[in-house]
Design a protein around this ligand. Structure first.
Ligand code: IDP
Ligand code: MG
Length: 153
């Protein structure tokens, strides 16, 4: 089943000129971009986005972090995209993320971590709905989709 996920290049990713690098990883993997928006996330939207973490010690900090400067917000599509993109992102902070992952390769901070990715189908649906209206999500086919997604059967 084709899935969609919400991926955000967070403010530190933009400020560190890494947006192209990070997007390129998903593009080369073969995920299909379905929507994209460059924006500064408001504090109000950040609170909705991270509502599941409300009450945790880092909640106010993460709200401030993600609304502090512009972000690049995207919807990517593929079969299994949620789990695959989480693996590509790596553990929450760069100092513990494996080399080869986005956070492992580009971050050693214990507070900033470059990227957000939905962690379940339920959170993906909720998060995509916060940032995009249905008519902003584009459906199309890749000309090489057999080579990208073919099962050789
Ligand atoms: P995830 O981004 O790997 O899914 P979550 O546990 O869902 O991690 O936390 C959401 C975000 O909140 C993290 O990406 C990070 O920016 C921030 N965060 C999580 N835990 C901490 C913490 O212990 N200290 C500071 N910020 C945190
Ligand atoms: Mg999370």
């Amino acid at each position: 089943m084709t899935q969609r996920t919400l991926i955000i290049v967070k403010p530190d990713g933009m400020q560190r000129h890494l947006a192209g690098e990070l997007i390129s990883r998903f593009e080369k993997k073969g995920f299909k971009l379905a929507a994209a928006k460059f924006m500064q996330i408001t504090e109000q939207l950040a609170r909705k986005h991270y509502h599941i973490h409300e009450g945790k010690p880092f909640f106010e900090g993460v709200v401030k972090y993600i609304s502090s400067s512009p972000s690049f917000v995207m919807v990517w599509e593929a079969e299994g995209v949620i789990e695959m993109s989480r693996k590509m992102m790596g553990a929450t902070f760069g100092y513990e993320a494996q080399p080869g992952t986005i956070r492992g390769d580009y971050s050693c901070s214990r507070g900033y971590n470059l990227i957000h990715g939905s962690d379940s189908e339920q959170s993906a649906e909720y998060e995509i709905g916060l940032y995009f209206s249905p008519d902003e999500i584009v459906s199309y086919d890749f000309a090489d989709s057999d080579w990208l997604y073919g099962k050789n059967d």
